[in-house]
Write a protein that binds this ligand. Sequence first.
Ligand code: LLP
Length: 420
Amino acid sequence: MGNLVFEGCDTVELAKKYGTPLYVISEDYIVDRCREIREDFLDKYEKTMAVYASKAFLIKEMARIIKREGLGMDVVSGGELYTAIQVDFPMDKIVFHGNNKSLYEIEMAIKNDVGRIVVDNITELDLIERTASKYNKISSVLFRITPGVDAHTHKYIQTGQVDSKFGIPLNEDIINIAVKKAINLDHVKLLGFHFHIGSQLYENRGYILAIRKIAYLMKQLKEQLGFITKELNTGGGYGIQYSGDESRKPIKYFTDAIMSELENECKKSGFERPLVIIEPGRWIVGEAGITLYTIGSIKEIPGVRTYVGVDGGMPDNPRPSLYEAKYEGIIANKVGEKLINTVTIAGKCCESGDILIQDLKVPKIESGDVLAVFSTGAYNYSMASNYNRLPKPAVVMVSQGEYRLMVKRETYEDIMRNEL
Ligand code: LLP
């Protein structure tokens, strides 16, 4: 019986000190994942690169950790790029994505010499050429391809299917025209291709199928246009454990499959394997985070269910309402007590769908207890909103028994700061 301890820190103490809701992020977990990537992918295979998909969770401290651990970073907006610039992130290790980059963002990327821009559509290619020419630079680019692979995940986080807002469809005619155009531009250097088939995937099969398709494309382009693919970015999407799912697979389950398929395909076609990039986001940070809430109202509807209200909800974790995501939780001040009730954890928003966890087994609970929800490191803080004018929670980083406040809790004044 006691309090939940996370990386050597008492979570109930943290809740008391910083208030709730509170995001608690384990630096040790993130560092372990980065090391696994280095050992089992970067050091194992030549011509490889790993970039952290910063959309999963980005604050300056996260960018510093990723920089220190030697990974690159994928950004999808001027805001993410700005964060990287603020910590002197090596710009040659930045991959810049986005299906509708603004001229301002493209200028920002080119002026700052980002390593690669992933071109999502032909309109963007012209914009990059003009901007690079204006600044007298040569911009390295990859084409994002939608390989036509349906990943087995929620349809809102599938991205590789033909009908997608992202990327150029894997259609020979369309791609031939795009490649021909790119190789004739003076300020654009086409290095190769990118695909991202989806998120929260447990199987490597989708990656293998996508590689087969892209390898065929590479072969055609070499034969027809003499174009040699120097880089292939295989995206991210490796799944983690939330509730009732499989556990997170080791990185090599995905990367060994990707590498061996690509090596085989290249050998068959007689060309050199391109440099391979991976872009995990959630896999690095998802299980590193927990969120602490304080329990308030408890409402029992006899024979129906018991609603337990917490002081956060969809503004700090929109995933259950957006993707029907399932989470596990525990009463942090009653660890080890017998689980005798099943309750529904409700957020505090004016919205019936604001339910964080359906049917959580709990010990005898009372108002004031602290609930810890697991695996909230990815796409929680980064997707948080001020719905119902709830201030965004603070972020605390923990490591080996030490903790440090990285982001202060928002105040009501913060919420109104831009109002005139
Ligand atoms: N690379 C690209 C080009 C992506 O679009 C994404 C995710 C990633 C890498 C990283 O995916 P990850 O390894 O984190 O699965 N908000 C949703 C997830 C959206 C993912 C968008 N793109 C969620 O909460 O599940």
